[in-house]
Design a protein around this ligand. Structure first.
Ligand SMILES: NC(=O)c1ccc[n+]([C@@H]2O[C@H](COP(=O)([O-])OP(=O)(O)OC[C@H]3O[C@@H](n4cnc5c(N)ncnc54)[C@H](O)[C@@H]3O)[C@@H](O)[C@H]2O)c1
Length: 352
């Protein structure tokens, strides 16, 4: 078992342990004051619903469950409102706790529910996807989507604890697991060459290295979040590959998943950074090779104009400039503020 303390305000532990699901009741009990609402989705519930029920009952936890339809569409005001109404109708109080048992969709939705129900109650995260384990369950960002765009309504709300069992990733669809691999490789490129090297041997869903890799990624995210809880500076580093990635997600009408889009974004930034003389050729080659070896894409067929149009629309309303993350070498990146217009060149140079 490993435990990392996230030093935000308030601070909380991330506990990573293989087989933790089988002691979930005992593990969450110290964090509970009243009853528990478990929020999960249909897929996750079909795999783990029975064990969860056993765990709660064996440990005399008063609990209830709300199951959402899987997928991004559930991160909506409608579903959010229905959960709040369910909680009010079932007499949930200030002392009660929400448990997010699922991927990033369940985590973001449950976190925002907990942040706003009765002006805020406790919540605990049990991430069931690799992406949720290394990224969305840590850092306190919660949100739902509007039809105008993703994550437009939300709050910063730190959980009481994050409990992660890497054995849960065995049942994931491979494509979704790879989304988490992309975000994990990102931490390597950003700040940890040794972590990056781990991916030279592709990561698999039952990999014995999972606990260790998650621990390292969470430590990196924790360090960044500690310096910049409200995302005003340092936290921008976590957006490596995301400016192009978001444009690709949008251009595809969200057919391309977030992790795959970020992999493309990182691959394209690696090519662009070599061409502008910031990154050495051997580093660019290693980055592309590691992404490809792990089954991730490194470029896109959307045109430069198409992608630039999306970036422009996204950023132009806030400023004439954007901060991009340039790769200097594997393990070291830098923030660079440029005119939005100049980003077109990065997209073009990243293509091939
Ligand atoms: N809050 C943050 O800081 C942050 C950071 C990154 C991403 N996000 C958000 O996270 C979301 C994406 O998260 P995600 O990739 O985990 O997607 P997700 O929650 O939609 O899960 C992906 C799919 O896997 C299924 N699934 C989950 N766990 C499973 C398991 N153990 N076995 C079998 N199937 C399982 C789900 O039912 C779903 O169909 C997006 O909404 C994104 O905006 C938030």
């Amino acid at each position: 078992m490993s435990q990392i303390q996230i030093e935000t305000n308030p601070s909380y532990p991330v506990i990573i342990e293989k087989g933790l699901l089988n002691i979930l009741g005992k593990s969450i009990k110290p964090f509970l004051k009243g009853k528990l609402l478990i929020i999960t989705d249909e897929n996750v519930d079909s795999f783990y619903g029975r064990v969860i029920a056993e765990q709660m009952n064996e440990n005399n936890i008063e609990w209830d469950k709300y199951i959402i339809v899987p997928g991004e569409e559930s991160k909506s005001l409608e579903v959010y409102g229905r959960i709040l109404e369910y909680m009010a109708a079932h007499n949930f109080h200030r002392n009660d706790t929400v448990l997010a048992f699922g991927g990033g969709v369940v985590g973001d939705l449950s976190g925002f529910t907990a942040a706003s129900f009765l002006r805020g109650i406790d919540y605990i995260q049990v991430p069931t996807t690799l992406l949720a384990a290394v990224d969305s369950s840590v850092g306190g960002k919660t949100a739902v989507n509007l039809k105008e765009g993703k994550n437009l309504v939300g709050a910063f709300k730190q959980p009481k604890a994050v409990l992660c069992d890497p054995d849960l990733f065995a049942t994931m669809k491979e494509e979704r697991f790879l989304d988490g691999v992309a975000e994990s490789i990102k931490y390597g490129i950003l700040r940890d060459e040794e972590l990056f090297s781990e991916f030279e041997t592709p990561l698999t869903q039952r990999d014995a290295r999972l606990s260790n890799i998650i621990e390292r990624c969470v430590k990196h995210k924790a360090e960044v979040v500690k310096k910049d809880e409200m995302e005003k500076g340092e936290r921008q580093f976590l957006n490596l590959g995301h400016t192009i990635g978001h444009a690709i997600e949008k251009a595809s009408g969200y057919e391309v998943s977030h992790g795959h889009a970020v992999a493309m974004g990182m691959g394209m930034m690696a090519r662009a950074c070599e061409k502008i003389g910031v990154l050495k050729k051997d580093n660019r080659e290693r980055i592309l090779k590691v992404l490809e070896k792990n089954g991730l894409p490194t470029k896109t067929s959307y045109s430069t104009e198409d992608l630039f149009g999306k970036v422009y629309k996204d950023k132009k309303c806030s400023s004439d400039k954007i901060t991009i993350i340039e790769i200097e070498r594997i393990g070291k990146c830098r923030l660079h503020k440029i005119l939005i217009e100049d980003f077109r060149e990065y997209i073009e140079k990243g293509r091939v």
